[in-house]
Design a binder for this molecule. Structure first.
Ligand code: AMP
Length: 409
């Protein structure tokens, strides 16, 4: 017997009930972003590997161990996109969007790929909503974006939300801080996990994310970037916080928030839900003032975030599914062709209409109408007459078989 196929490890099929729940998130997001002046962008699901290596950073977990990278038949190194920001910056530069009125506000939605160990809420193909505003260093942009994600999550009914907020300063002040942190880590080397110790030089700030108790104890006392901000960065951060305070958005200042990507500068933030267990992050982002230049463009300070659709779905929980609430056309013997014609006519008139496609008896068709959640049935009798039945109340009346669309509308 031939082996049965399964979806590849870390991937999943989206079946209709789930697709409906996703569509609700999509509509909420599209409505919210359009209202705030963000335009939709779509970039390819794969890019030159070099874009992510340079944009996201060689030393990050994403680039060093999580990318789906392969050579195409032309010998180019291709990578399935692990995140959206680098590609959107690439598109901004490629299409000369710096010549448009700034900032350029964009959003996208789609599949992303990371070779991670799958677990609840963590997949190898997952989906993100992503929002970017490129070409302004105003703290209003940071605040607008935090508020957008806050509104999206609240509007969708996500409970137990926590917002962590910090600032990473600019590249220059961070470089100085990194040296201080490296020296601190070296002084405590024997108390750190092997993994953290091996990456003191490459990525010392990731030590803040370590789980092992030894490292955590060391990091509790470690110097924090948030206490080392240059005057201008501290001012920028104070303004972002002021805007959030006035908008009534609650947050916790958290100097241990570093995020897993190299490109962040100044504001960083992350939304979590206490409904999610180990993979608590719903979404996050921040400012990336140097990335557009890094991928070959002009100076263009920017800010953005990404949120995980699967995490949002998990945090919302299983909601009640909306029934289709349409019309089901039931055919007695000899009436199937007419039933089909009427269903087509109803659909052309813009109504939800369904019918039996499996040769069921009239009784079986009524059961099927219930199963698909039909609000009403049109019953075509053997003698050519027609009845319209309300499935909720059971009320039924004769209708003119030549005027069914009118009767139903
Ligand atoms: P990041 O770009 O790593 O900050 O990811 C942004 C959001 O995407 C996270 O907060 C998660 O909600 C989601 N996410 C990231 N990686 C995965 C994954 N492997 N599986 C599912 N969701 C993910």
């Amino acid at each position: 017997m031939a082996g049965r196929f399964q979806a590849p490890k870390g991937t999943f099929d989206v079946l209709p009930a789930e697709a409906q729940r996703r569509a609700r998130i999509y509509v909420a997001a599209a409505t919210l972003f359009a209202r705030a002046g963000y335009g939709r962008i779509d970039t390819p699901v794969f890019e030159d590997t070099e874009l992510f290596a340079r944009g996201v950073g060689e030393a990050t977990d994403i680039v060093s161990k999580e990318m789906f990278t392969f050579d195409d038949l032309g010998g180019r190194s291709i990578t399935l996109r692990p995140e959206a920001t680098a590609a959107i910056c690439r598109a901004y530069v490629e299409h000369g969007m710096h010549k448009l009125a700034q900032p350029v506000k964009l959003w996208t939605w789609g599949p992303f790929f990371r070779y991670e160990a799958p677990q609840a809420g963590r997949f190898r193909q997952f989906h993100q909503i992503d929002v970017e505003a490129i070409g302004s260093d105003s703290p209003l942009v940071d605040a607008e974006q935090v508020i957008l994600l806050d509104e999206l999550l609240r509007g969708l009914g996500v409970d137990g939300i926590r917002l962590r907020l910090s600032s990473l300063g600019t590249a220059a002040s961070r470089a100085e801080y990194r040296e201080e942190l490296k020296a601190y880590l070296r002084a405590h080397e024997s108390e750190l996990s092997g993994e953290v110790r091996s990456r003191i030089d490459a990525n010392p700030m990731r030590a803040f994310d370590a789980d092992d108790p030894g490292t955590r104890a060391v990091m509790a006392e470690a110097p924090r970037m948030i206490d080392r901000l240059a005057e201008e960065d501290a001012q920028h951060f104070a303004e972002v916080r002021g805007h959030l305070d006035r908008a009534g958005v609650e947050y916790e200042l958290d100097g241990t928030l570093v995020r897993g990507l190299d490109y962040y500068t100044r504001t960083v933030f992350e939304f979590e839900s206490d409904r999610l267990g180990a993979q608590a992050a719903l979404g996050g982002g921040g400012r990336y003032d140097g990335l557009v230049e890094e991928v070959g463009g002009p100076e263009a300070p920017a800010c953005g975030w990404a949120a995980g659709i699967e995490r949002i779905l998990l945090a919302i929980g299983e909601g009640d599914e909306e029934p289709a609430a349409g019309v089901f056309v039931v055919a007695a013997d000899g009436q199937r062709e007419r039933a089909f014609a009427i269903a087509v006519e109803l659909r052309r008139a813009g109504l939800a209409a369904d019918l039996d496609l499996a040769g069921r008896s009239v009784k079986g068709q009524m059961k099927q109408a219930n199963r698909v959640g039909a609000a009403r049935t049109v019953i075509l009798e053997e003698d050519g007459s027609a009845q319209l039945r309300d499935m909720g109340s059971g009320d039924q009346r004769a209708v003119d078989p030549a005027k069914i669309v009118e009767e139903v509308s």
